[in-house]
Design a protein around this ligand. Structure first.
Ligand code: ADP
Length: 509
């Protein structure tokens, strides 16, 4: 009992450890993959920052070059400055300290009519919204916005020269930015780049094909701050590979757990079977000892009577001697059974085959059982088919098998009063059937009845002693002859035990 509890605890411990291992395995891979993802994200963020800084510093640099190249006393030279610096600007406004346009201080790349219309719009609608007055001297600032449904980026600077304040406002050429500046920064690389506006609508680049992948998004700061840069990892299958790896992890962990559980189940079943076999063995030993003891005490009792001359008539002496002889035969058979069984268990080949007549063997066994049948007040009917072919057989073993079957009928079916021993040919087989009219055997037990040590439930409760090896021996003997055994029985309607042996080179007719 104690050992059972320890075994159960051990099983539980193994299962718990397996579950813990599976959990740690799983969480470790999950952690590794999330760390991997974080690392990828960090790298991409750094890359996005680098790109934004690159783009913006190029734009800011040209702005600053324009700011410092413009001279307030030569406003008409602005177009030359723009050309020299190769600044991506559409228009330039020079404004005085009161934010009034300086004469000749307007440059525009637009056609004339459009240029003057835009100047008008700038001065009346856009300029009042630009925070020029707050700007410290020589500082650059910008506003990226939408006016009248048109998107503009204005950079501006507060300057001082020749004893007067003035302001320079540049309108950046966004088309140039999109088609010339951005492509310089996004060459073909394993990553995908996209510039989107504040609504997420694409400005530059193609939409990402795998929306589930890692995407880092950062805003522009010093120039086009309505736009954001998106960087996605060009997932050369890494997304699907990650999914596949996860699946493999789950399958492997599942398989390992199943293996452990299956192993434990097999171990438990084996140990249960072993325990049962041990119980059966001890029961077998006690049964065999008892079976040995009964004939021995009878022999010793009647032997003593004979030895001490406690017999009145020669007939009585004859009867005692007969009893001693019968019991010693029974004893010998029992010992034969046990010894043969032991040999079989050790895997030794115990048979000696020779061509023989099954009918002769069966009749001898029936004859040997005559006394016991008589004692049990039973009759035996033998139905032996004439002219049975000779078969290869071990006479002693086959006699033992038949004796076991007849003995069982006497032991368990004495109430039926009758035994039929039938021997016939059935095609390529010689078939022996021992039929009784006793209690029979439950169908549920038919599969196990030929197992060693197995005793039917019905007899375990009765005082009928037995070792549970008789039928196992019968089956072994039949199989050793290349044949087999079967049982046909219904509870209450008797039992028929059958044994067949193949006929060598038989024409199946
Ligand atoms: P044993 O007779 O020593 O118990 P066996 O292997 O010969 O062992 O038989 C196994 C069991 O099969 C018996 O214990 C008994 O329950 C059952 N059995 C065998 N023969 C018969 C029979 N003719 N009628 C009913 N039960 C039988």
């Amino acid at each position: 009992m104690g050992r059972l509890i320890v075994a159960n605890l051990l099983v539980f411990a193994v299962l718990a450890s397996a579950a813990a291992l599976a959990y740690y395995g799983w969480s470790y891979t999950a952690e590794v993959s999330s760390r991997e993802r974080a690392l990828v994200e960090d790298t991409m963020r750094e890359l996005a920052e680098e790109k934004i800084i690159g783009i913006e510093s190029q734009l800011v640099d040209t702005d600053n070059k324009v700011f410092s190249a413009i001279h307030i006393d030569r406003p008409f030279e602005v177009d030359k400055v723009v050309k020299d610096v190769q600044a991506p600007v559409v228009s330039v406004f020079l404004l005085d300290a009161d934010l009034k346009p300086i004469p000749s201080g307007y440059f525009s790349k637009r056609p004339a009519a459009e240029a003057s219309a835009f100047r008008e719009r700038f001065l009346t609608q856009i300029l009042p919204t630009l925070p020029l007055r707050d700007l410290p001297l020589n500082q650059r600032s910008h506003v990226h916005g939408v006016w009248n449904g048109e998107e503009h980026l204005f950079s501006f600077s507060h300057r001082w020269a020749l004893g007067r304040d003035y302001y320079v406002v540049l309108e950046t050429d966004l088309v140039h930015v999109i088609f010339s500046v951005l492509p310089q920064f996004f060459p073909r690389t394993p990553r995908l780049y996209q510039v989107v506006d504040e609504n997420g609508d694409g400005i530059y680049g193609t939409p990402f094909r795998e929306p589930g992948g890692v995407v880092v998004e950062l805003p522009f700061v010093d120039t086009v701050d309505r736009w954001r840069l998106r960087v996605a990892q060009r997932d050369t299958g890494s997304q699907t590979a990650r999914g596949r790896r996860k699946l493999i992890d789950i399958v492997l962990i599942g398989l390992a757990l199943t293996g452990i559980v299956a192993g434990l189940t097999v171990l438990l079943l084996a140990s249960r079977r072993e325990r049962k076999a041990n119980e059966l063995k001890s029961e077998f030993i006690s049964n065999v000892s008892h079976e040995l003891k009964t004939p021995l005490s009878i022999i010793s009792m009647f032997g003593e009577m004979l030895a001490l001359g406690r017999v009145k008539t020669p007939a009585q002496a004859h009867e005692y001697a007969d009893i001693i002889w019968r019991e010693s035969v029974r004893l010998a058979r029992l010992i034969d059974n046990v010894l043969d069984f032991a040999k079989i268990e050790r895997g030794k080949d115990v048979y000696e085959f020779a061509e023989g007549d099954v009918a002769e063997v069966v009749l001898r066994a029936v004859e040997l059982s005559g006394h016991r049948l008589q004692q049990a007040e039973m009759t035996v009917e033998t139905e032996i088919e004439p002219d049975l072919p000779p078969v290869s057989l071990d006479g002693n073993a086959l006699t033992l098998a038949t004796l076991n079957l007849v003995d069982n009928a006497i032991k368990y079916a004495a109430d039926g009063k009758r035994i039929v021993v039938r021997l016939r040919r059935d095609g390529a087989r010689v078939v022996l059937e021992v039929k009784d009219f006793g209690p029979g055997i439950d169908a549920a037990e038919h599969d196990r009845i030929f197992e060693r040590f197995y005793r039917a439930r019905a007899v375990r409760l009765k005082p009928i002693r037995g070792s549970g090896i008789g039928l196992a021996l019968v089956e072994h003997i039949a199989k050793a002859h290349g044949g087999g055994v079967w049982i046909d029985s219904k509870p209450g309607a008797g039992a028929t035990f059958g044994l067949w042996i193949p006929v060598p080179d038989a024409e199946t007719s």
